[in-house]
Write a protein that binds this ligand. Sequence first.
Ligand SMILES: [Zn+2]
Length: 713
Amino acid sequence: MIVRRRWTAAATTAILFSAVLSHPGPGSAAPADPAPPITLSATETAVVRVQLRDQAQLDRLVAAGADLANRPRARDGRILADLVLTGTQLAELSAQGATAVQIVQRAGDGSRHYAESVRAAQARTAAGLRAPAAGQRTTASAVDTLQVQQAYWWTTGGQTFLQAQVATTATDDPDVEITVSWRTADGATGSFPLFRFEDSGEYQYHYALPQPVPSRPVQLSATSSLGGVSRVITPTLWPNATPPPLPAGYQKDFIDAYLTPIDIQARIKRLARQYRDLVDVIDLPNKTQGYRRNAVAYLGDPAVAAVVVESVRFGDQGMNGVQVRTVDPGRPNRPLTVGYRDRVLTVSLATDTAGKTVSSTDEVATAINTRQPNRFRATVEDGSAGLPMPVAGPARLDDGLQGSEVPARPWTVQALRLGVHRDGSRVGVLAYSQEHAREWATPLVTLEFAERMLANSRTDPATRELLEQVDIFVIPTVNPDGANYSFNDFNMQRKNLVNHCTGPARDPKNRTSWGVDVNRNYTVGSYFDGYVGASANCLSGTYAGTAELSEAESSNVIALAQTHPNIRFAMNVHSYGGYFMWPPGAYRADGRVTLPRPSIDESTLFLDSARRIVGAIAQERGTVTWPSQTGPVADVLYSAAGNSADQLYYELGIFAWDFEVGNDRWNPGTGEWEGVGFQPPFDEAHGESQEYAGGLVELVRVARDHAAAQPAA
Ligand SMILES: [Zn+2]
């Protein structure tokens, strides 16, 4: 039995799941056109936008460690969540009443989009979104009070949008319906419903996704089904901040394809050579494991009875191709023996008086572990415990890694340091990306930013001045091993490549679920401190590791910040969804107690800076990050225990933000916001790199302005 058969996603059984794509808008009984069915083969993995049946279904998913790609949102009173799923899992969800709305990204899309780009160039853990119940209008005796917390409008791509957030004083009544009414300057009117938003069981507010309106809204008010009426207010322009205009001849667009970690290494080298006077390359202190895995094989048939045998060393360390087999000694009354010769591990099974083999799977695994502990590890395959061990093999051990061009050795993660004065005398800004391997667009953002600063410093006096005043640090790929795996083996890989699993969880059928979530491995508000949004399960998408900072990748980010105490601002670049966030990023489940809130002054700095940076992002192609997705992580996304921004802020006093690049795109044809995924067609990734690089340039201006306002040290 060749191990690879189990590993490759080639569907042996082409069970097709299909669901009817529908747009159940209010007032529309059925879609006008029959939409194509959403199909996913049983073993294919995809990012799917799913309309869930109810809150309980979401809670069950979160409890089961579902890989949530985005914050669940309300649409037409239902909960929408982007989930990383196989066809089998999608079929199960569908049987429980969920509906697939959009395939955001298929497993094959990433490699196709990568190949196309090269050719061309060359959980929320306990979120609550509840729909208003029908038919309970104004029957209650109590009248509530409504407060409009946010009402913002903006125009992008010729379409004006309005977004509102309203809180009722009837916080414990899940059936309160709130409706927002608006009027434009030229007298058009309309209304839309808001949806109750709970988090960790506590009422937060009512809100809706941005709604299209015909032109600038000048009046907004809200009414509730309990009779509450808000004040009439004038919506505010969002973000209402514009960066300085770019000078003629400003250079940009340095990204023409997706970049693998090897490409990134080469880019770093080129920039250092080309801009010698402005660049240092910093080798971060903790080498990663590298693109390596233990070699492994099933001895026996996992469908019948098998033992998983793996090498103690990595496959590339001479263990790929080693063979393992069980043999019948052909004589009665023989003991179980284990021998290793000429790269073949031979287990001779015990026999009874009649010469029949009598060893069990457990006995074979124990014998291998006892007699060859320095070379091999064996575990009984899940479901094979206590079964008679068959005569099997030889099976070839293999690490299963497909990326033949990736060097199999520990990897040195590198940072670029940019500036005229790289001596700690200037305020430092840190931009780092790809903590999560599958977020391919994120290094494009930080590298475009770095090269813009360097190229324009020679031609644009304003850029030169920024490099005089600010010391810039960029880590384009924090998690290169996971990224190599994402490009070569499994494009949905989120975590690093370190496998901390023990026992049956090491079965190679779990090979795409191993690794540590780098952005859950930091020390502040961590899983180990009792915060929500990370897992102790080594197979979970948010596995926190064996201890705080157990991983080289997270330790590198902190080491860089600690070694350079002039760093006062940081941006952690992720994808996707279109968010702009800052601490606190985690809370304890019990009572939803967050990490301490920033002071009023600091909150003002976070929000004012956010508006400037959101404004700069919008300059490129009109992408506006929603007000509802601008704010503290714990409020606008989910609790993320042990994330890097929280450690940078609470422990090192750094103003630490997070981007989720890749904003939803408005589809005027369907009237829906559509998700873009982790590895969109390259045109979209390119657009993200350009707009968010502009945001990082604005962050540098924020840092410069902040430093200039401080009394001289
Ligand atoms: Zn991420």
